[in-house]
Design a binder for this molecule. Structure first.
Ligand code: CDP
Length: 234
């Protein structure tokens, strides 16, 4: 099919560990777009809270102090030269390896529910996508960050499937966690993300739904590419 030069905005939202990032990365690479993992930004802010003793193990945040300091926290992305993947940096330090473990996973949805944190991240995300040609994944990309995105996808899969995928991913990376702990975390984050007051996780009315419970990675990539081709050639 002839490639159209028109640049669009692509928003991929969905439940935790649904495979959004995997498919978003591949699509962005195949079509020459930038890829932004918005969840990595919330994870990096959570790491900032942990490292600066602004959060306790129950997720209680010192909001006054975080709000005072958040304007000076720099979140950026850099490309890993060997893998080609974009990795998140906190105040110029690559923290990709630190943000995926259970400590951050257990606290991130509490931090991400704070309205002033969301405002700061959404403003940065909108700036990153200002000239289109971007694939961004997260929870509120099609509803809040880019409500006018030309292509919106909402990804779902059963909680068990998603917990198995995340458990295998953590095992491969040598991060220690039991399946039960991962399953509990997936369910708890889903609940917190859907019930928070500020831009909760929900499907945008004009999003295409992809349930990839029984799909291989190759199948989901093909599904996404096919949708992109349909939209870009409309
Ligand atoms: O990859 P995984 O599904 O585990 O989650 P993530 O995309 O890394 O996001 C981590 C957490 O950040 C989510 O559970 C949400 O609480 C929060 N998040 C958000 O609130 N809004 C976004 N746009 C992206 C993530």
């Amino acid at each position: 099919m002839e490639r159209n030069n028109k640049k669009i905005t692509i928003a991929i939202d969905g439940f935790s560990s649904s495979g959004k990032s995997t498919m978003a990365k591949v699509l962005a690479r195949n079509i020459g777009y930038a890829y932004i993992d918005s969840g990595a930004m919330y994870r990096a802010i959570t790491l900032f809270c942990i490292e600066n003793a602004l959060i306790d193990d129950s997720g209680n945040v010192n909001e006054t102090e975080l709000e005072r300091r958040i304007g000076n926290v720099s979140i950026s992305f850099e490309v890993n030269p060997s893998s080609g993947a974009s990795e998140v940096c906190l105040d110029g330090r690559n923290v990709e390896g630190k943000i995926r473990g259970m400590r951050v996973s257990n606290l991130v949805s509490k931090v991400a529910a704070l309205p002033f944190v969301r405002r700061a991240m959404v403003a940065q995300q909108q700036q990153m996508g200002a000239s289109k040609g971007i694939v961004m994944d997260g929870r509120d990309i099609g509803t809040t960050v880019f409500p006018d995105a030309e292509m919106k996808v909402f990804v779902d899969a059963s909680a068990e499937t998603r917990a198995h995928r995340r458990y295998e991913e953590l095992k491969q990376k040598g991060q220690i966690a039991s399946y039960d702990e991962v399953y509990r975390n997936v369910c708890e984050r889903d609940h917190l993300d859907m019930t928070r007051a500020e831009s909760p996780l929900r499907k945008a009315d004009d999003a295409y739904v992809l349930d990839n419970s029984d799909m291989t990675i190759a199948q989901q990539n093909a599904w996404l590419m096919c949708l992109y081709n349909k939209i870009i050639n409309q």
